[in-house]
Design a protein around this ligand. Structure first.
Ligand SMILES: N[C@@H](CCC(=O)N[C@@H](CS)C(=O)NCC(=O)O)C(=O)O
Length: 361
């Protein structure tokens, strides 16, 4: 229902677009269609006048009618949700829904603390296992509260979802990018919740490009991590000796992408590389969305796709696209044949296969 219930008070939000706590509030504002003035507060060098307004020196905070201040993101969300103005409030306040929201949010705080602790020492095998257990536990807890899902209160997007989704967005990217840890590997219900939430305009329109979150997270991460200098750019794990890596580097160069290179010797990879790619092969590409892509061909296709809008050569040209795809497939046949031949150079079939695949090129 889109009816306006009442005139709303003047609302001024002191906020920062990268802050997850501020995004919770923005989601509620968007869901309710409230009219809010925003003042951006930098994290570094918060102005003194703001520190006086909010003695806790944190964002967000909300000023109502130029006087009253409301602090703490969850309390601000509740306040905005309870305002008798704007569109319908989030979720129906049945006692059981209220319990589900309160209980999950309470448990979720512990989950956030567990992730933060892990991020201080993410290459530690034991800590990875204990985070795995904590993620499984939290996912089961969510599942036990749901009857049908996908949200905490089933088909109703509630304050609980608004409050957890900004953390999911940031942690998923940072855990992958900096720690090589897939937050949702053991958490199908949380994964589903996030993907459904991302389809909501209130969540999508309040989410910044993921790279900005990665860059902002960098200074919270240990400086010793392999990607700590990557600054949210593409990261290419590879060896200068590998022709597959060379192919990806050429593709990157042709698309003006300059990945941060991490040299991996595939015959003696560092132990942490198993977290990036359990198969131990290079190249592997990490994107500024914190997504890991394996296999040179799929990496090259990905790079082609993301840069397609700047590149009109093949757009709508099915024949050229086919020619490129066929050439890449034929390259694969050729390299496989070459490998087989090098293992068994005297076998006639191997020689013939090599000649045949070379001709296709
Ligand atoms: N419990 C607070 C946490 C807010 C918070 O930690 N905000 C961070 C930005 S993401 C902040 O203002 N940090 C400033 C600082 O710690 O100096 C809330 O929910 O509002």
């Amino acid at each position: 229902m889109m009816t306006t219930m009442n005139a709303q008070p003047a609302l001024k939000l002191f906020t920062n677009p990268l802050c997850p706590y501020c995004q919770k509030v923005e989601i509620v504002i968007a869901e309710r269609g409230l009219d809010v003035e925003r003042v951006i507060i930098p994290f570094k060098d918060m102005p003194d006048w703001y520190k006086q307004l909010n003695p806790r020196h944190t964002v967000p905070s909300l000023q109502v009618d130029g006087k009253r201040m409301v602090f703490e993101s969850l309390l601000i969300c509740k306040y905005l949700n309870d305002l008798p103005a704007g569109r319908m409030p989030l979720s129906m306040y049945t006692p059981y829904n209220q319990y589900r929201i309160d209980f999950f949010l309470q448990q979720f705080d512990l989950f956030v603390t567990a992730i933060r602790n892990f991020m201080m020492d993410p290459m530690n095998e034991e800590k990875r296992h204990s985070l795995d257990e904590y993620v499984c536990y939290t996912d089961k807890l969510l599942y036990s509260l749901q009857t049908t899902g996908p949200f905490v209160c089933d088909d109703e997007f509630s304050l609980a979802d608004a409050c957890i989704v900004p953390h999911f967005i940031r942690f998923r990217a940072s855990l992958n990018y900096y720690c090589f840890y897939d937050l949702f590997e053991h958490a199908p219900h949380m994964k589903k919740l996030l993907s459904v939430c991302m389809n909501r305009p209130s969540v999508r329109n309040t989410t910044r490009p993921i790279k900005e979150y990665l860059v902002a997270h960098n200074h919270h991460m240990p400086k010793t991590l392999p990607v700590s200098g990557a600054n949210g750019n593409y990261v290419l794990f590879g060896s200068k000796m590998s022709p597959f890596v060379q192919a990806v580097r050429l593709m990157c160069a042709s698309k003006k992408i300059k990945p941060f290179m991490i040299e991996i010797n595939p015959s003696e990879p560092p132990t942490w590389f198993a977290y990036v790619n359990p198969r131990g092969t290079v190249p592997v590409l990490m994107t500024p969305e914190g997504v890991t892509i394996h296999e040179s061909r799929t990496i090259m296709q990905y790079i082609h796709e993301v840069s397609a809008e700047h590149d009109c050569i093949y757009k709508g040209d099915a024949e050229k696209l086919y020619a490129v795809n066929f050439f890449m497939t034929a390259t694969n046949w050729f390299t496989n044949a070459l490998r087989a031949f090098l293992h068994n150079p005297t076998v006639k079939e191997m020689q013939e296969e090599l000649v045949m695949t070379a001709k296709q090129l």
